[in-house]
Design a protein around this ligand. Structure first.
Ligand code: SF4
Length: 269
């Protein structure tokens, strides 16, 4: 594991992500090491040779830079974080995310957070003071074996409890169900678990580009070989079209049944 302290030149980055004006990534790299991680593409811009998930650069001056940048920024939605998890374990030591939130709170910028870490509850005192905030947990599955794909993240049970705690504290919450992994992501079960504790649900199909697929394939080969033919058929043959059409139907039905607003992002559409 390589941890390096670095100084960044800027931290508030304009974004074209849906619903976001800016992103803030306090860390570069992510020690959560999820097998399917979509953010690994960022590695080629950093000069790191280590495998994704085994290194992180800590932007130690992030708060100082943000203090300067925020004064000139037009108010808009800020997302934490797009290519790292702002609450990965190292945040416990560096508290960069907390310092960033303190600055954003001073200026009352609207924010959206997405994490898989229980450390997010540390900052509940700050969340309560924002006028416009939504905090999301990624819930890929309720199956405890999902740990094979998300080795460092909180367990599914913990993640549901975190959403309950946030909701009890009157903080807007959402569940991010993604990537949807056949054999693991049981949508009806997840909807039952999150009903009443989330304000909306974002769903995302599995993007099998490059190492996103090879990371998952490696685990399937080693631990779930019986699922491998199904994955290959669903994601690499014409079957994909009917799979996605069925998924859309299922999501729409669940959305109506539980009266939860959903947004489904399909990669490649
Ligand atoms: S927590 Fe997010 S950014 Fe970090 S490895 Fe997992 S998917 Fe990637």
């Amino acid at each position: 594991m390589t941890i390096k302290e670095i100084k960044c030149k800027s931290i508030l980055t304009k974004s074209k992500l849906p619903g976001c004006d800016y992103v803030i990534n306090p860390y570069s790299g992510c020690l959560m090491n999820c097998a399917y991680c979509y953010s690994r593409f960022i590695k080629r811009f950093t000069g790191h040779k280590e495998p994704w998930g085994s290194y992180v650069d800590v932007k130690i001056n992030a708060a100082d830079i943000l203090e300067k940048e925020i004064k000139h920024a037009k108010k808009g939605m800020i997302f934490l974080s797009s290519v790292t998890d702002a609450y990965q374990p190292i945040e416990k030591k560096y508290k960069l995310t907390r310092k960033i939130l303190e600055i954003l709170l001073e200026h009352q910028f609207p924010i959206a957070i997405l994490t898989k870490s229980a450390l997010v509850l540390r900052d509940i005192d700050l969340f309560k003071k924002f006028n416009d905030i939504t905090v999301g947990m990624t819930i890929t599955s309720l199956d405890k074996n999902i740990k094979d794909f998300e080795p460092v993240a909180a367990s599914p049970k913990e993640r549901i409890k975190i959403l309950q705690t946030l909701h009890k504290n009157k903080i807007n919450t959402y569940a991010h169900i993604g990537p949807i992994l056949p054999g693991f992501t049981d949508l009806p079960k997840i909807f039952v678990a999150i009903k009443g504790i989330v304000d909306d649900v974002w769903l995302e199909s599995f993007n099998t580009r490059g190492e996103n697929w090879t990371g998952v394939e490696k685990i399937l080969k080693r631990k779930y070989p019986e699922l491998l033919p199904e994955y290959k058929e669903i994601f690499f043959t014409k079957k994909k079209e009917s799979y996605l059409a069925d998924l859309k139907k299922e999501i729409s039905n669940l959305s109506k049944k539980y009266n939860i607003e959903t947004k489904f992002f399909v990669h490649g559409e």
